[in-house]
Design a protein. Structure first.
Length: 417
């Protein structure tokens, strides 16, 4: 009986994990290990732990109230909803562009396409748009779970085999302290920006939780909803450490420099796996990596379109227009992402860093509002977070504010390193 109920609940956490195990893991975590060894592993762990409450609150609020976090923002006032709209508009084009650019690199590498990144982006976006507009996204639920399972298993196998072989560099080199200069601090902030993903995407959890309830016609208990989310969340957290380790053991200490071309970078990441699992695993890993990033693209395009569609409907006070505005917002997201990609051709690492830094800088506000919502009268005493979660939330807000202010201070040269 428990298994049957859990399977009805299973879905939103997997979608979250699929969204997270994209750029933050395949790109940023690998770069962290390849360029800094284990010097940044503490920052990755800190981000996963201290950002956790604000994602969990999305699932908690949706289960307890039957409404999304976006509806909660609306209850706080029209000004808050407009602010959320503005924040999302600032970040969504760079986020969508970053995941698309990484996926395009994997696609070109896997299929050996005679296309440049701009042309490949049009092809990829067209396929994603056709899938989402066909209304068959729900049919991908099982496929996304399968893809995620394949990458999880292959990553764990590569991780264990890498540990068995040992690092290329010496252990002393792998744990060298981080030099506090501006470039390193900016990369740390970029790494944490999407570790495991952007805090403003917490609204998607709440939307997907409600969609799953509609799909199965089953209202899980709060405990069931949170358990399902926790599985997805902590798997992504663990995998981030695996990717840092793979980069540290297989690339750090060598003369290999990670490429600024998305296609070449994709080949380097896939080659990193095959160096431990054997050349026979090349296409297996290439297909798994591309599939994960492809599903990430779909979830990102869908998530932004749903979030903006609901926001627009609430601002217009006309929920019946939500379906129509979904198509409009999907088109806006895709066109905007394509424009951003064309401004960063040949420099995809800069695009990824820009997207992740923007996400991190706007995170404190979303974190504060999410915390306020789960403490509101919308939830009963039993549904509200316990003392440990409240303490962790306060620490998380302090952490997000501190690093955001540090970034601004460095960017404006108020602090010199």
């Amino acid at each position: 009986m428990f298994t049957k109920r859990f399977l009805k609940t299973l879905g939103p956490g997997i979608l979250f994990a699929t969204t997270a195990i994209g750029v933050s893991h395949l790109v940023q975590s690998t770069r962290a290990g390849a360029e800094y060894g284990f010097a940044l592993i503490g920052f990755a762990l800190m981000a996963n732990v201290l950002k956790y409450p604000f994602f969990e609150f999305g699932s908690r609020y949706a289960n307890a109230t039957g409404k999304s976090l976006i509806y909660g923002y609306h209850k706080l006032g029209r000004g808050m909803l407009i602010l959320y709209l503005a924040i999302t508009l600032i970040s969504m084009f760079t986020v969508a562009a970053a995941v698309t650019y990484v996926c395009v690199g994997l696609m070109i590498n896997l299929f050996q396409l005679p296309l440049d990144p701009s042309e490949a982006s049009i092809l990829l976006m067209s396929v994603c748009m056709a899938i989402l507009l066909s209304g068959k996204f729900s049919l991908l639920d099982g496929l996304i779970k399968l893809i995620g399972s394949v990458l999880l298993i292959s990553t764990l196998i590569a991780f264990l085999m890498t540990l068995w072989h040992g690092p290329i560099a010496t252990w002393d080199q792998l744990v060298l302290p981080l030099e506090l200069d501006k470039r390193n601090v900016f990369f740390v902030i970029a790494l944490m920006g999407w570790m495991p993903t952007a805090v403003d995407l917490s609204t998607w959890n709440s939307i997907w939780t409600l969609e799953r309830i509609k799909q199965t016609d089953y209202l899980p208990t709060l405990r069931e909803t949170l358990k399902e989310f926790n599985i997805g969340y902590w798997i992504t957290a663990g995998l981030s450490i695996c990717f840092i380790t793979l980069g540290a053991f297989l690339i750090y200490g060598t003369d290999t420099e990670l490429s600024n071309s998305s296609a070449v970078f994709a080949n380097q990441v896939v080659g990193m796996f095959t160096s431990t699992m054997g050349e026979g695993a090349y296409y297996f890993i290439a297909i798994s990596s591309f599939s994960v990033m492809f599903s990430t693209c779909i979830t990102v395009f869908d998530g932004y379109s749903r979030a903006m569609s609901e926001t627009t409907a609430l601002l217009l006070d006309a929920s019946r227009k939500e379906i129509k505005t979904y198509k409009l917002w999907l088109t806006i997201v895709l066109v905007g992402a394509f424009i951003v990609i064309n401004n960063f051709l040949g420099n995809f690492k800069a695009l990824v860093d820009l997207a992740t830094i923007i996400s991190f800088v706007i995170a404190p506000l979303i974190a504060i509002v999410n915390f306020k919502l789960v403490l509101s009268d919308d939830l009963t005493k039993e549904e509200k977070p316990n003392l440990i979660m409240r303490i962790l939330s306060v620490l998380g807000i302090i952490y997000l504010l501190s690093f955001s202010l540090l970034f601004v201070a460095l960017k404006l040269d108020w602090i010199h390193l």
